[in-house]
Design a protein around this ligand. Sequence first.
Ligand SMILES: Nc1ncnc2c1ncn2[C@@H]1O[C@H](COP(=O)(O)OP(=O)(O)OP(=O)(O)O)[C@@H](O)[C@H]1O
Ligand SMILES: [Mg+2]
Length: 326
Amino acid sequence: MVISILFSAEVYRGFLLEFRRGLRNQSFRLPLIQGQQTLIIPFRNLPSDIENEIYEEARQRILLQLIEVNLGILITAGISGYFLAGRTLKPIELMVNEQKRFVADASHELRTPLTVMKTETEVALREKNLDLKDAKVLLKSNLEEVDKMQSLSNYLLELSRYEDKNNKPPMEKLNLEEIVKSVVQKLTPVAKKGNIEIITDVQHMEIMANRESIVELLSILLDNAIKYSHQGSKVIISIKKDKGAAIISIKDFGIGIKENELPFIFNRFYRADTSRSKVKTDGYGLGLSIAKSIVELHEGKITASSIPEKGTTFTIFIPLGVLRVN
Ligand SMILES: Nc1ncnc2c1ncn2[C@@H]1O[C@H](COP(=O)(O)OP(=O)(O)OP(=O)(O)O)[C@@H](O)[C@H]1O
Ligand SMILES: [Mg+2]
């Protein structure tokens, strides 16, 4: 608006100058044209009140037009600025809201074990005849809560680490087959508890990736597959090459995820209804959001398909270029 007003003021000033000069020239020419009819009015003798009247009329008209143009610019700029600013700020607003929700969820998850520990300790302290056995039970329970808080803080640290796009972890040549086997071995005791068989269908594959994060990614998905499977069920983990890319698939035959919940499972702190109520499983709903960050760090894609009570398949696709397949 300032530029437009300054520009208009300059146009106005220039116009008046030029107009007055034009008017003078005109009054000078008039006696020349009409010279043959001997109507010679010398330039300086032109009646100045006529000149002033024309000048004043033109001045008012140009002033009005410039005001109209500036008002038009002000209204258009104001309206479009309002909408454009809204559109520009929308992602920032969403990000701030998500951040707020994240902090609220994290504090809530931390508060629960703290409250449990506080209550149990207070009750024990009020007990006059607290014996060693009771004290040990209390300490064991407190330790469980500390473990929960520790795993939450580890999750939060991982999230912030993997989401930091400016600080990518070092990539190295990895043997994916060997990594899958070691993760399966690590989780076999957990699977055995639920009498779940882990079937591996792997081939030799070398990739460029960050070891720690790939181990974490596979552990998260395999842990979920076991956690949300029925007793005596099986989990299949396979890797294959497709058009120079690595495709990792983790398939289970467990409780599955409802179609309307599928779009949200990668959100932080999201837990589907089934995992909250029917099958009482521990968790924060952070595993899959970390998995997604890891896949994105490797410029890949992760998808989930599921049929309730039939099972779930997670497929990870890591394109060639970042993850070189030999
Ligand atoms: N293989 C699966 N089968 C069925 N539901 C699943 C499976 N994997 C994930 N889900 C659903 O997606 C939700 C989010 O999974 P995510 O791994 O992020 O969290 P979580 O397992 O609940 O807790 P944690 O933070 O400890 O991993 C789960 O709560 C569960 O409802
Ligand atoms: Mg999980």
